[in-house]
Design a protein around this ligand. Structure first.
Ligand code: NAD
Ligand code: TYD
Length: 352
């Protein structure tokens, strides 16, 4: 048996692939274009492992996806590949429309073609698992209940609009063509291999470099935070037992204001790597707010718990300690990402 994972060299995808192969011997084929966010070094521990095949390629390349499906005959396709950074979607939305919408459309069409060739048992067992975000639901007021699967879609950024569009395509391919899909909408992840353009890793690496810690606006925006391996375990649960055509919200029951996240990171760094110049929180610098900045996200994750018995294993206190320790233990990874040298890693490592 084989699964096909798109975007498996990115932050969540690589954590998912590593977790998958730590728990099962089922082969993983990773398809990833290695954009700026894709880093094959994240999967370095799988080098020489016959259970893993890496293919560099674009999810918009229909011929490539068709060929991979025909040759590898996966029993599931787990779709992580995306442009994922809200700030980049504001300065350059085009790549988001292409990868997140056209790319998802291409995968759906390729999967539909492949699925149509399967025998009845394989057809019934096949899954297209679409990995999406809570940002499709828009922004909550302080007194609103958390996002449930029944909430209306109200995306506000080019990123969330492109993800919302992809969710709609996935839904339509199920309703119209019967493609066996499941969609998960998860809150903000954090953990190892997180690209330091996102809040938590940016704060860690800037603090260690003595650089300002840029907090947008008043820092009171709220996100729900989930440790990345809990996202991986939730996806495994939905893949194994989720009902076809359903969506499942995934979250950490952990709403926090950005400024409290930044202060927590600073306090952990003060504990693990005290700076003679003083507490890291001295570096906090309030900067201009993000345009259209969503005020609050929160997830009602009762459906996945009720139907599939999934709950996060990590608390924020345990997950953020592990995360800060991972960044302290992996300065070479950080340095290569920051210098851009990670892009040369493939050729250095593999010789071409
Ligand atoms: P990421 O930006 O770290 O990784 C994305 C990966 O996709 C990279 O390896 C990149 O090379 C690859 N990719 C991009 N365009 C591609 C293309 N056209 N063809 C093939 N590969 C391509 O993103 P992430 O944070 O790991 O997010 C993964 C998925 O999870 C995304 O779909 C995202 O919307 C979703 N998600 C992320 C979060 C979060 O907090 N990061 C939360 C909920 C959902
Ligand atoms: P981010 O990690 O970009 O995730 P998302 O926008 O998808 O939730 O940002 C998380 C929160 O942190 C968001 O409210 C924006 C804020 N933020 C800052 O205050 N400063 C920063 O430098 C970054 C990158 C984000």
């Amino acid at each position: 048996m084989t699964i096909l994972v798109t975007g498996g060299a990115g932050f969540i995808g690589s954590n998912f692939v590593l977790d998958w192969l730590a728990q099962s011997d089922e082969k993983v084929v990773t398809l990833d274009a290695l954009t700026y966010a894709g880093n094959l070094e994240n999967l370095a521990s799988l080098q020489g492992d016959a259970r893993h095949l890496f293919v560099q390629g674009d999810i918009c390349d229909r011929a490539l996806v068709d060929r991979l499906l025909a040759e590898q005959r996966p029993r599931a396709l787990i779709h992580f590949a995306a442009e994922s950074h809200v700030d980049r979607s504001i300065s350059g939305p085009g790549a988001f429309m292409r990868t997140n919408i056209e790319g998802t459309y291409t995968l759906l069409e390729a999967a539909r073609g492949y699925w149509g060739t399967l025998d009845a048992d394989a057809k019934a067992a096949f899954r297209f698992h679409h990995v999406s975000t809570d940002e499709v639901y828009g922004s909550l007021q302080a007194e609103d209940p958390p996002f449930a699967e029944t909430n209306a879609y109200e995306p506000n950024s080019p990123y969330s609009a492109s993800k919302a569009a992809s969710d709609h395509l996935v839904r339509a391919w199920h309703h119209t063509y019967g493609l066996p899909v499941v969609t998960t909408n998860c809150s903000n992840n954090y953990g190892p291999f997180h690209f330091p353009e996102k809040l938590i890793p940016l704060m860690i690496v800037n603090a260690l470099a003595g650089k300002p810690l840029p907090v947008y606006g008043d820092g009171q925006q709220i996100r729900d935070w989930l440790y990345v391996s809990d996202h991986a375990s939730a996806i495994r649960a939905v893949l194994a037992g989720g009902r076809l055509g359903e969506t499942y919200n995934i979250g950490g029951w952990n709403e926090m204001a950005n400024i409290d996240i930044v202060n927590t990171v600073c306090a952990l760094l003060d504990e693990f790597r005290p700076d003679p110049a003083g507490p890291y929180a001295r570096l906090i610098s309030y900067v201009k707010d993000r345009p259209g900045h969503d005020r609050r996200y929160a997830i009602d994750a009762r459906k996945i718990e009720r139907e599939l018995g999934w709950r996060p294993a990590e608390t924020f206190a345990s997950g953020i300690r592990k995360t800060v320790q991972w960044y302290l233990a992996n300065p070479e990874w950080v340095a290569r990402v920051q210098s851009g040298a990670y892009r040369d890693w493939v050729s250095k490592q593999y010789g071409n």
